[in-house]
Write a protein that binds this ligand. Sequence first.
Ligand SMILES: NCCC[C@H](NC(=O)CCC(=O)O)C(=O)O
Ligand SMILES: NC(=O)OP(=O)(O)O
Length: 317
Amino acid sequence: MNYISIKEINSLSKWVNQAIKIKKNPLKNQSLGKNKTLGMLFFNPSLRTRLSTQKAAMNLGMNVMVMNFTNEGWTLEFEDGAVMNSGASEHIKEAAEVVSQYCDIIAIRAFAGLVDKEKDYQETVISGFLKYATVPIVNMESAIRHPLQSLADAITMEEFKPRHKNKQKVVLSWAPHPKALPQAVANSFVEMMQMQKDMDFVITHPEGYELSPEITKDCVIEYDQDKAFENADFVYVKNWSNFKDYGKVTNSDPNWTVTAEKMALTNNGKFMHCLPVRRNVIVTDEVLDGENSIVIEQANNRTYSAQLVLQKILKKI
Ligand SMILES: NCCC[C@H](NC(=O)CCC(=O)O)C(=O)O
Ligand SMILES: NC(=O)OP(=O)(O)O
């Protein structure tokens, strides 16, 4: 079993309930991972993913090895048949086979390069590991998906949803950011929302910032952010760079920053963000520090989302 996309999940509600159970008693399966090794490979920075996944593995009694490829690993080549006479020192074929001998599970973080859309949307790095590794692979944010995040998001919404309503309204809102960021978090959030029963889902962003239509399919898009926020129970905020004009920042309109005035349009809605977040660019201090901000508990749930995934894999190996 690999965990590459949220689509790996057969029943989202079952997984969410299982994760909530783990949260109540996280050390229950402390011997499940005994003498098993998780290898975590980072091609990009991380705070939450690195620590929560390591914590999850430790809760299961696993050994953990972490390696940063950002400045410590050999530069890898991913193309089959490449003549390796320039930058890359090692081919993914050897690298993945070798790491598989040391680890029982390999977890990988490898963001989109945001230059070559085709390369990113083919998931070059994670696909290379899937092809050549001989052990299960876990996605810790790939070029186009962040499924540990969106499972944690689903857990968080289950915990905070207003019980008196039988249908919640959830909004995914774009917000400005000075840097070009990947679409991965937004893509996985959309895929997770498509698996939710009983939730109304609206995506709001400036015109031209549409995500991949293969991901959003028939999701409702509302270009008026205020209208989208009306009566929302959850506002999930995230910047992503342009998908059409690939990897470019074509809009930085501060009117899209999430403010208390905008949150006042919601149904006492909860504010969510995967973090790290740029204060007073994505969201004002007032909202982020306000009582409806659930970002810290959202980050806490990353441990239980990772622990559920590792637990399921460990039971199969
Ligand atoms: N894993 C959570 C988000 C990671 C990444 N954010 C960032 O790179 C933010 C960096 C900054 O704000 O400088 C993203 O958007 O995919
Ligand atoms: N939300 C998240 O994935 O955070 P990090 O990038 O810090 O791991």
